[in-house]
Ligand binder design. Structure first.
Ligand code: KIV
Ligand code: ZN
Length: 513
């Protein structure tokens, strides 16, 4: 079996999804999970894009051991220098430099001739190589470039020292059989190609990103670039979990495999969805809510008799089992900590105390606690950042013939107590208005979603919100069995991120004490 390297670009191309903005803390949390997932390479960001991006890449490079850490850089001096500064402390630092090669891009975007672009590509690879032995080169928009020209460019960058050549389908244009043919053509014609890794990077504009990646592997590619849940620019990138499971389920056919730790797939998908605020569609392959749900009676009957009748993979393999915990309201802190360790969580004392308190609260009210419940609570605690405003209480009054009213009290980090009252079209609207009013802010609520973590009316509800304020989008999440409380917690978590960044000052008018 041929080994396929998994190059995860969730933190770089995935973060380029419209409306997604991860901060350093969140990026680190995702990188830790990607390391547990055992990806080979983490593309941690595009450091020249912003100081925040550079800081996040640095943090990932310093902390994460195991996967190689990669930073993106245009074929420009400053980009490459900043990329190197950001990843220099990684165990295996990769600089990924790129320049467009299609005539459309050369003419309209770069205003360069083919010769000039080739020269710049070679120069950039040499520059990157002066910092690190690991250099990846991408010919942006490769799939709309002349194949003969690609041969020239890739041959030249290999000679200049590139250790990986990447073939991006930047605009999701190619089709699977063409992709296979292109890879075969490059393998046959590029000079020195046998010495380097052949990578593909497929976008999903025609819904073909995974198929194109798989056919590229058939054609001879040895690395796939992908993102968790397929997030990314426009229609997204190839979904990591789909490629990995296709290679696993159809290993005999592809004669290829990855080193991914399948058990971590589902948790990684959940974490990325929670932190980016990008929900996974229910019918999404592998990680969608319905991916293992059987509605038709015939199917249900078949699966009950023999799972293999209608299931090609075992949900448990990717860590999706809906196990009811043996822990309950009488369980002690020690048993709780042990269970978390079994699930792969390593919490600090403080995080453990907070998670345990939340667990006890839930166990008091809910008979059957599932692993999904536990993961929701724990991941919320470990991804929580400094709370400038903490919810003290929320009271709402609502119904079908009453004006919905909310009273909210917050505790601020500086010791102040803030209280506000507002009415709205419903209890959540009223609570959000009360908070905005007392803090003197008016962010737009761009998006609000509520989902239940398990079945039943006592289920934990999880709310994800996206707010837009001060020219930026902030994602917040909260969970509680009370959906109004979950909604308020989600809103506050987004506001806390905004406040941290913008150092908001609450309006004195609405303070009581
Ligand atoms: O889609 C693309 O072309 C890219 C490159 C930078 C690899 O993301
Ligand atoms: Zn891309």
């Amino acid at each position: 079996m041929k080994k396929i390297l998994v190059f995860d670009t969730t933190l770089r191309d995935g973060e380029q999804s419209p409306g997604v903005a991860l901060n350093v803390h969140e990026k680190l949390e995702i990188a830790r999970q990607l390391a547990r997932l055992n990806v080979d390479i983490i593309e941690a960001g595009f450091p020249i894009a912003s100081p925040g991006d550079a800081e996040a890449v640095k943090a990932v490079a310093r902390e994460i051991k195991g996967p190689a850490i990669c930073a993106l850089a245009r074929a420009k001096e400053k980009d490459i220098e900043v990329a190197w500064e950001s990843i220099r402390y990684a165990e295996t630092p990769i600089i990924h430099t790129f320049i467009a090669t299609s005539d459309i891009h050369l003419k309209h975007k770069l205003r360069l001739s083919r010769e000039q672009a080739l020269e710049q590509a070679v120069w950039a690879v040499k520059k990157a190589k002066s910092f690190t032995p690991y250099v990846e080169f991408s010919a942006e928009d490769a799939t709309r470039s002349s194949w003969e020209y690609l041969v020239q460019v890739y041959s030249a960058v290999i000679e200049a020292g590139a250790t990986t050549i990447n073939i991006p389908d930047t605009v999701g244009y190619i089709t699977p059989l063409e992709m296979k043919e292109l890879i075969e053509y490059l393998l046959k014609n590029v000079k020195g190609v046998e010495k380097v890794t052949i990578s593909v990077h497929c976008h999903n504009d025609l819904g073909l990103a995974v198929a194109n990646s798989l056919l590229a592997i058939q054609g001879g590619a040895t690395q796939v670039e992908c993102t968790i849940n397929g997030i990314g620019e426009r229609a997204g990138n190839a979904a990591l979990e789909e490629i990995v499971m296709a290679l696993h389920v159809r290993g005999e056919f592809f004669q290829a495999q990855t080193d991914i730790n399948y058990q971590e797939i589902y948790r990684t998908s959940r974490l990325v969805s929670q932190l980016t605020g990008m929900l996974v569609q229910p019918n999404k392959a592998v990680v969608g809510d319905n991916a293992f749900a059987h509605e038709s009676g015939i199917h249900q009957d078949g699966v009950l008799k023999e799972r293999l009748t209608y299931e090609i993979m075992d949900a448990r393999l990717i860590g999706r089992q809906e196990k009811v915990l043996v822990l309950g309201k009488h369980s002690g802190r020690h048993a709780f900590a042990k269970k978390l360790e079994e699930l792969g969580y390593h919490l600090s004392e403080e995080e453990l105390n907070k998670a345990f308190a939340r667990f006890k609260q839930l166990a008091d009210q809910k008979k059957h606690i599932t692993e999904a419940d536990l993961e929701t609570i724990v991941s919320e605690e470990i991804t929580k950042q400094e709370e400038i405003y903490q919810l003290d209480f929320v009271h709402v009054c609502s119904g079908n013939n009453i004006l919905p009213t909310a009273t909210v009290r917050l505790k601020a980090a500086d010791g102040q107590t803030l209280e506000g009252v507002a009415t709205g079209v419903g209890p959540v609207d009223a609570a959000y208005k009360a908070i905005s009013k007392m803090l003197g802010i008016s962010p737009d609520l761009v998006n609000f979603t509520l989902q239940s973590i398990s079945g039943g009316t006592e289920a934990l509800g999880e709310v994800l919100v996206r707010i837009f304020g001060d020219e930026k989008v902030y994602v917040g999440r909260g969970s509680s069995q009370d959906v109004v409380v979950a909604s308020v917690m989600a809103y506050l978590s987004a506001i806390n991120k905004m406040a941290q960044e913008k150092k908001l000052n609450p309006q004195k008018d609405y303070q009581e004490s």
